[in-house]
Design a protein around this ligand. Structure first.
Ligand code: SF4
Length: 143
């Protein structure tokens, strides 16, 4: 059992924050939150984006939505606020949603909105890793 809380993607805990407005909880993460072992956070909503919202993907060092609107500032703001929370709570571990342009870890989409996967981290996963926090996805947790 961890002695500091695990930071988790809020959508995995069943919170209504996914870009498409659908709720898709992941029971092992819901259970961690229920037991007080994990804290949910959504960097995109905290960065100022609504739910639902246009899908976004990372393109180079920017984030664009499916209409080509630059959402980099919102993504950076949300990632920085999530890092602030993680450091405040002393988190050493995070479980984040796979392939999201914020939360994805190791694999994301390539910015063409064609479901093409490439190596890379979402903005939130990357800033957490840069500060020594171990990031896994819910898919890692299920293995
Ligand atoms: Fe879930 Fe992360 Fe996307 Fe928020 S930004 S909906 S927490 S994957």
């Amino acid at each position: 059992m961890p002695d500091t809380p695990i930071l988790v993607s809020a959508c995995l805990a069943g919170i209504h924050c996914r870009y498409n407005g659908q709720v898709e909880s992941f029971e092992p993460v819901v259970d961690l939150v229920r037991r007080g072992l994990a804290v949910p956070f959504c960097p995109e909503v905290h960065g100022g984006l609504p739910t639902p919202r246009r899908a976004c993907e990372i393109l180079g060092d920017k984030v664009v939505d499916a209409d080509g609107v630059d959402r980099t500032a919102e993504f950076e703001r949300g990632a920085e606020e999530g890092l602030r929370l993680a450091l405040l709570m002393g988190c050493r571990e995070a479980v984040l949603k796979a392939r999201s342009p914020s939360c994805g870890s190791g694999v994301i989409y390539d910015g063409t909105f064609t479901s093409t996967r490439v190596e890379g981290d979402g903005f939130f996963a990357r800033i957490l890793k840069e500060h020594g926090i171990v990031v896994r996805s819910e898919e890692d947790l299920a293995e």
